[in-house]
Ligand binder design. Sequence first.
Ligand code: PPS
Length: 570
Amino acid sequence: MTQLIEPHGGNLINLYVSADEIEATQKLAHDLPSWTLTQRQQCDLELLLNGAFSPLEGFMGEADYQGVCDTMRLADGTVWPMPITLDVSEDFAADLAAGGKLALRDLEGVLIAILDISDIYRPDREHEARQVFGAADTAHPGVDYLLNRTEPVYLGGKLTGVEAPTHYDYRYLRDTPAELRARFSKLGWTRVVAFQTRNPMHRAHQELTFRAAKRAEANLLIHPVVGMTKPGDIDHFTRVRCYEKLIKHYPEQTSALSLLPLAMRMGGPREALWHAIIRKNYGCTHFIVGRDHAGPGKNSAGEDFYGPYDAQDMVREYQDEIGIEMVPFEAMVYVQERAEYRPVSEVSDEETVLNISGTELRRRLQEGLEIPEWFSYPEVVAELRRTHPPRNQQGLTIFFTGLSGAGKSTIANALLVKLLELGGRPVTLLDGDVVRTNLSSELGFSREHRDLNIQRIGYVASEITKNRGIAICAPIAPYAETRHRVRETITPLGGFIEIHVATLLETCEKRDRKGLYAMARAGKIKGFTGIDDPYEVPENPEMVIQTETCSPDEAAHRVLLKLESMGYIQ
Ligand code: PPS
């Protein structure tokens, strides 16, 4: 099944069956157990099948996995820095055996590939986090995903590809490694420098890529990631429209844009090396590594996970072995007196450096403030403004949390009316009791059921927020981790304001409007929040309301003032 296509950047693996074998393979899959791929797994699978992950021929078995974690090498000694694994639940794995086959399907049930299971193993995921990401701290998005979102059993084995995952968006900008190599060769591009990005590109990036192409005497491939990037990033639809505007500003025939459906791990140095190997597979000869490549942000102690140039050091060490040359770059800054961009180390003390950080850019977008032309092309800014309107036009979720009887619903109802009175946006109230009647009637109060309940509320609120409405949620939501997930889902789509209704347990119990506390104390209700089930107090809510000292009307009014101060209402 595995075919090797002649190199233009080394051997390229293609795991797809030929057209005349597809039907038979699909028939074979009818009798196999099926696994529905997660988004991450589907991204990995697509790049395994089309050779972007050459020389891998499938998801990693245990020996390759251990080698990659501990020595950054596959069992045969080949450099490979990132585990590419297929994680499944214990329940699902219980019916599988090594030597068997597994159908891998997308969310709609379309057969993408068949896995010949060679290994079934239970990884030490904390060890993996420390080895691959250098820490087991879940402030790192890659670690968070690994420790909180992956399943405990890994399956390894070779793959037989049937059909590439379908993408309906930007089809004309999606290329397999073989297609990109063919394009380069048709254009006569023998030296190609790739630029990896997960952000919109502004003038500094353009200047950097220009200079890199010049330095490498190469053509330029802008190769942005459109699979999974860092939670909170600007969505790829917006970014691609920005890249399309920007690429028009490059000299004709020098540059190309192609999209990469990679699921990033934000793994800094190891990730940079992985990116370089991938670009080599796409036929590139050079790869730009800038400051803090694939950086995950700060750890829980507020420190950087990696040094700013660790990624460059890593790629430098392995570039000969992997066969792609690194073009290292420092940060580019705008020098006012020269009216041009320069690498930061080439700026003298007398010169004035202008810079707009990512945070400052978001602030300016949120507040509808000017974004100067030296920073970004007006068409790019206009595109960003379309999807990132100022806060008073964005959707938002107001998420009340607190004990039963704390007063969440009463305040939420008062707030609902005040917001309707203000007008301008549709408002929906997702109250704890109401949700349990309409969305979650089959659920009880176990940890698992409470989590599901909150996930459902979060999902509905995220849709409302995305569509620029206001969602007011008022569940107990006793677990910090689940509230954090909801925040993470909603923040990229609009505002998220967590309000802790911090009424004391004694007060709630004294009020006991529904008589539930008395029943809980009498042992007639088990697992009641605050009595024999925990309530994890929010650590950093946007607001805390003490209902002992303020009426529902005052509380709702305080929320309005908060929204005003944050810019969500005018
Ligand atoms: S959760 O944990 O967020 O899913 O809870 P939620 O859906 O907000 O709960 C809604 C109401 O269920 C009543 N109730 C209980 N609460 C806590 N623990 C237990 N075991 C329980 N059993 C029933 C309680 O009245 C909640 O209503 P509120 O409006 O919060 O008082």
